[in-house]
Design a protein around this ligand. Structure first.
Ligand SMILES: Nc1ncnc2c1ncn2[C@@H]1O[C@H](COP(=O)(O)OP(=O)(O)OP(=O)(O)O)[C@@H](O)[C@H]1O
Ligand SMILES: [Mg+2]
Length: 323
């Protein structure tokens, strides 16, 4: 069952030298119980595109397109409907966990407040639910954690608390923006197991933003690759990572350290750097860095079109597939 359908999402943000297009026509859909992965280099618009869904962009942002959830367009919800939607239908774990935690309020207070705003629960019920949530994210000694403050936790624990807060109102969709970046591998594995359990047991849909293709392959069902504010390729994770068809996806995968690589052997870095939103090249934004580029690549922006039952590709040259 499709929970969320994003159609032609476009975002322009104000800057000192005028509005700049950051997200440039993005379409995708997220199914119940699915982990929908989003990857791509820094600055490709991953965070801005999800902040847009929650109407959390800076003042002056222009957003176009539609984001259909439960028959309504999230992009045009008024303040009341928006407040009800946030947390209860769709919740977000921010890229920086400290953003979502108030430094001066105890963990318990922050959790119970979320529960009470949305569920109209009594103080006792809210506390029980808060402890339950801390157990759910495997915080040791939840009673004690309830009375602690964010600074008393390690980065990994804070990330779990941020996830607990996001889960407080039993959302149907969780947006997790780099939830495991900067955490050590065991903590990372714990958080991924938690997300995996929630999607299996509760049918939670997760939009998982990560630049870590290892994390992606371990948990995502489907991956969309962002480049310069657009999706350039998407498909089932295993297929996409083992048989990438967009030259950019291939380059990203080639840039990964392989476990079997000899010590001291070099990564294949992607030549050049991604364009800034203000200086996006004409045509396919990847063409200046693409080993397969032809003259035609400079002429028009390739659309994302189906190339098989389950895969979409925005490269009419398609030099790598199908195979
Ligand atoms: N408030 C803002 N005003 C203007 N431009 C912004 C603003 N916030 C972000 N940007 C620009 O929008 C582009 C996309 O940013 P975004 O944060 O979505 O990237 P990202 O793909 O999430 O990158 P990362 O992997 O580093 O988190 C970047 O070029 C960034 O500089
Ligand atoms: Mg980001």
């Amino acid at each position: 069952m499709t929970l969320l359908r994003v159609e032609d999402l476009r975002v322009r943000l104000p800057t000192s030298s005028g509005p700049v297009t950051i997200v440039d026509g993005v379409d995708y859909q997220v199914e119940q119980g699915q982990v929908f992965g989003v990857a791509g280099e820094s600055g490709s618009g991953k965070t801005i595109s999800v902040l847009a869904l929650m109407q959390l962009l800076p003042q002056g942002a222009q957003v176009d397109g539609r984001a259909l959830y439960d028959g309504r367009d999230l992009l045009s919800l008024g303040p009341r409907a928006l407040q009800q939607m946030r947390g209860r239908d769709i919740a977000m774990v921010f890229q920086d966990p400290l953003t979502s935690l108030h430094p001066m309020l105890s963990i318990g207070k922050q959790l119970t407040e979320h529960v009470r705003v949305h569920e109209d629960a009594s103080r006792d019920v809210a506390k029980r639910r808060a402890i339950e949530l801390l157990e759910e994210v495997r915080i040791p000694d939840p009673e004690q954690a309830f009375h602690s403050f964010p600074h008393q936790f390690s980065g990994g624990m804070r990330q779990r608390v941020a996830i607990a807060i996001a889960l407080a109102c039993r959302p149907k969709v969780l947006i997790a923006d780099e939830p495991t970046t900067a955490l050590d591998v065991t903590v990372q594995a714990g958080i991924l197991r938690l997300l995996d359990r929630l999607r299996r047991e509760n049918g939670l849909a997760v939009i998982l933003i990560t630049h870590d293709l290892g994390v992606m392959s371990s948990i995502a069902d489907h991956v969309s690759i962002f480049y310069a504010g657009r999706i350039v390729e998407s498909g089932p994770t295993r297929e996409l990572l083992t048989k990438p068809r967009h030259p950019y996806t291939r380059a990203l995968i080639d840039a990964l350290p392989h476990p079997e690589a000899e010590e001291g052997s070099e990564l294949v870095a992607i030549g050049g750097s991604p364009p800034t939103p203000r200086a996006r090249p004409d045509g396919c934004a990847f063409h200046p860095r693409c080993a397969y580029a032809r003259e035609s690549c400079e002429l028009s922006v390739p659309s994302l079109v189906p190339v098989s039952d389950s895969r979409l590709l925005a490269c009419p040259i398609d030099p790598l597939g199908p195979r």
